[in-house]
Write a protein that binds this ligand. Structure first.
Ligand SMILES: [Zn+2]
Ligand SMILES: [Zn+2]
Length: 276
């Protein structure tokens, strides 16, 4: 598949996270130009305690963010626009995701993403640079499993992000990956093959010893589990809405992995029907 054939993107950021460009309407215009059918907007989540502000919107920005999505739905009726956010899971805010995000703001879907994870002492560790030991891989996997157990999240972004600082695939990687994949199968949570990772791999310097992500052995292991996967652009600029999604789909197709149903994802009536 060519990048230009990619039609359903559920991983899109706006300027509000401070490291992306463009607003919802800019992505909508670009998506229509590219002939796309679905735009899932999923900026880095605000947090009720305004933690980790360097790469996310402020809590006070939340109504303005959801308003921008609502307005775009009126402005671009030819595009399916789905309301989401990319969230770390902070256990003490368990009810907030459900009551305020899923409830009050009517988010259609939430992405679970461990840019931070809890270590064995319940302290937060940054995933970039932090998944560089056997112990950290166990903690990263446990955290992702905990996130999936909540059933708050439709899919997990870049579950193989530990490749950012772990150089060689080994038994620790395999054990961590198997724990995450088994949980994904058990709880029916999708696993994302992230095309931004492929763009980063294409741009990385020769001196970088790390594989980054997607890390192929993770996806080879996925064939042992009844998991569904999803390809997303993880766009931080409108022009990246399809970038390297063809290569991401090549991984899915070569391994015979099953892609999530893109019509059901974010469709609240279908989700509610299933869980009723
Ligand atoms: Zn980002
Ligand atoms: Zn993202």
């Amino acid at each position: 598949m060519q990048d230009s054939e990619f039609q359903h993107n559920f991983h899109t950021h706006t300027f509000r996270c401070k490291h992306a460009k463009g607003d919802v309407a800019d992505y909508c215009e670009r998506a229509l130009t590219y002939g796309m059918k679905t735009l899932g907007v999923s900026d880095h989540s605000a947090m009720p305690d305004d933690r980790w502000l360097q790469a996310r919107m402020h809590y006070i920005d939340l109504p303005e963010y959801t308003g921008a999505i609502d307005r775009a739905r009126e402005q671009f009726p030819g595009l399916r626009i789905v309301k989401g956010m990319e969230c770390e899971y902070v256990p003490e805010h368990r009810n907030w995701y459900e009551d305020e995000l899923r409830g009050e703001y009517e988010f259609d879907y939430l992405i679970g993403a461990a840019h931070f994870f809890l270590d064995e002492d319940d302290d937060w560790v940054g995933t970039y640079g932090g998944t560089n030991s056997a112990k950290a891989l166990v903690e990263f996997a446990n955290y992702n499993v905990k996130m999936m157990e909540t059933r708050l999240f439709d899919f997990i972004a870049h579950p193989d992000l530990f490749g950012n600082c772990y150089a060689e695939w080994d038994a620790n990687c395999e054990a961590a990956s198997r724990d995450m994949l088994a949980a994904a199968a058990e709880f029916g949570v999708g696993m994302e093959v992230n095309a931004l990772g492929i763009r980063k791999q294409a741009a990385k310097s020769a001196s970088n010893p790390y594989p980054l992500y997607p890390w192929l052995p993770f996806w080879e292991l996925a064939t042992d589990y009844d998991v569904q996967v999803i390809v997303n652009a993880d766009a931080h600029r409108p022009e990246d809405l399809q970038g390297k999604t063809g290569e991401a789909f090549a991984i899915v197709e070569q391994l015979g992995l099953r892609h999530m149903d893109v019509d059901a994802l974010g469709n609240r009536s279908i989700v509610q029907g299933e869980t009723a």
